[in-house]
Structure formats: C-alpha cells, structure tokens
Design a protein around this ligand. Structure first.
Ligand code: GRG
Length: 288
C-alpha cells in the first residue's frame, strides 16, 4: 500500500472541496476564513472520513461534504485555541495566527463562521440518503460540542498547572482530540451504510488512533526546543502523556494504541489498508 500516494490523492480532493465550500470574497471575514482553512494542514480528519467510507465499501466522493465539515470544525478549533485567552500562539500551520493578522474579534468570528459553515456543507450533501445525512450530522455535532472537543478543551483549561493521574489525562485527550477522530471514521462508515459490526470496528479503530495521535503529538511537543516565545505544552502546564509517564513509556503506550487500532481493522481486510497504513504512519512520526 502506497500511503503517500493515497494521502496525496485524497488530500487533493479535500483541498478542492474546501476551496469550493468557502469561495474567495472581498469581505475581511471571508478572507480570514480562507486564510486559516487553506493554509495547508495535514487534512488527517477528512482523509479518515474518506478512507473509512471506502473501508466500508462506499464511495469516497459521496463522503466529501462530511470530510470538509470535519476539517472546517478542526480549523475553527485551531483558530480559537490560538487566541490570547487560550494558548496565545503566534504561529499556526507555518503562518502568523488568525488573531495576529486580523485582530482578536475577527479571529473569534472566523472560528464561529467556520463552525457554522461546516453544518451548512454537511446538510447540503448530495447523493446520500437523508437518514444517513441526519445521523452523520448528529454524530459530528456530538463529537464537536460539550460531550466532545469543546468539553475536553474546558477540562484541559481547568487542569492547567495541576498534577493529574493518567486516567484523567486520557479522559481529556479522548474528548479534546479523540472525539473528532472517532467521529471522522464513524461518519465515513455511516455515509457508506456500514452495518453495525463494521461501524463498531471503525469506532474502535478511531478511538485507539485518536489516543495514539495525541500521545505522539505530546511526545513531539515535549521533544521540541521551545518556540520563539519559549513555550511548549509542558511549559504551559498542560496535561500530557510524557508529562505523566516520561517519553519512553509514553511511546510504548502509543505503540499499544496503534496495535489495538490495527487489530480492530483486521476483519475488514484489504479495503481497510489505507486506515491501517495511516495509524502506523501517525505513530512512526515520533520515531523520526
Ligand atoms: C478551542 C473549542 C476549542 C477546541 C480546541 C483540538 C483543540 C481543541 C485544540 C488544538 C490544540 C492542539 C494543538 C492540540 C494537539 C493535537 C492537535 C489537535 C493538533 C493539531 O492537529 P493536526 O496535527 O493539525 O492534525 P493540522 O494543522 O495538520 O490540521
């Protein structure tokens, strides 16, 4: 399986759809939305939507509006996470953050507009039975909101500076980052009409992948020299796996999550090869 080729073709599909979903415009808000959205992220979550739809025997193209929906929501979360009242970051995706370029008020509104746009794009999906569209949208809403990403971000803020047990760190990660990964693969499965057993396998894969991704992200962050502002997540007092376990044990944990994700996929066979390659790639990132 040539993962790089797979990622490149699917990312191209996603880039085109995102650019069409938020077309160019003269208004500052529109420019700010495109500035953050089309800044070249890895597009992991939308690619997962497409790969899960294919693993469930469906067509990637039909899942594109949901792939875009998740990336719009992910981008809004990054814009808001970078705000002075949250992480107060200067750089994102290799560029000055939204509030640095457009000001804080506009950056808040940019996040709001990206989030709202996500639901318009998903609700107007064509060629997918209405019941599946409704189910997929409800899935994304639950994963993005209080019971998912936003709830996890709230816990993360409240946990700053505290020494937490591993199970609390894991619970925060599961919500803050894991919920969108889980939703990405579930939505791909739902749009493709996956039977419950397949959806269950995709769900388990998504949960293990989400945790592996976050652990690796924390390990990479902890290994990094502090940025120009002298900070890393550790310096910000954030709840992280390497903070609780140390680097070596955190990486062993990530490898166990990867293996559990791969085991969940096994019965799905060849069609799930891109998903298998993806989780392997995510964990290998930390090995350099
Ligand atoms: C502000 C509501 C709200 C939520 C923020 C996910 C999140 C919650 C904040 C992001 C902070 C962060 C850097 C978390 C670490 C894991 C993560 C989500 C990294 C960024 O995702 P990538 O690596 O980024 O997929 P790209 O730019 O490639 O899309």
């Amino acid at each position: 399986m040539d993962l790089q080729r797979y990622l490149a073709t699917r990312a191209r599909l996603v880039e085109r759809s995102l650019a069409a979903a938020v077309p160019p415009g003269r208004a500052t808000l529109r420019r700010a939305m495109r500035y953050s959205l089309l800044a070249g992220g890895k597009r992991l979550r939308p690619i997962l939507v497409l790969a899960a739809a294919e693993a469930a025997g469906g067509r990637a193209r039909l899942a594109l509006p949901f792939a875009c929906g998740l990336e719009l929501i992910h981008t809004y979360s990054l814009v808001h996470d970078d705000l002075p009242s949250m992480d107060d970051d200067d750089l994102r995706r290799g560029r000055p953050t939204s509030h640095k370029v457009f000001g804080e008020g506009l950056a808040i509104l940019t996040g709001d507009a990206l989030l709202t746009e996500a639901f318009r794009v998903m609700a107007t999906a064509r060629g997918v039975p209405a019941a599946r569209v409704g189910r997929a949208i409800a899935e994304v809403a639950a994963a993005a909101g209080e019971a998912g990403m936003v709830g996890g971000q709230a816990l993360d803020i409240q946990a700053a500076g505290k020494r937490l047990p591993l199970r609390t760190v894991a619970a925060i990660h599961r919500l803050k980052t894991g919920a969108l990964f889980r939703a990405a693969v579930r939505v791909g499965g739902i749009v493709a009409g996956a039977p419950p057993a397949v959806l269950g396998r995709l769900t388990r894969y998504g949960e293990h992948l989400g945790l592996a991704f976050q652990i690796v992200d924390d390990v990479l962050d902890a290994a990094e020299t502090p940025g120009s502002d002298g900070r890393t997540d550790r310096a910000l007092g954030k709840a992280t796996y390497p903070g609780v376990l140390g680097m070596e044990r955190a990486m062993r944990h990530a490898a166990r999550e990867r293996d559990a994700a791969l085991a969940a996929l096994r019965p799905l066979g060849r069609r799930a090869a891109p998903l298998a390659a993806l989780v392997t790639h995510v964990v290998a990132r930390a090995r350099g």
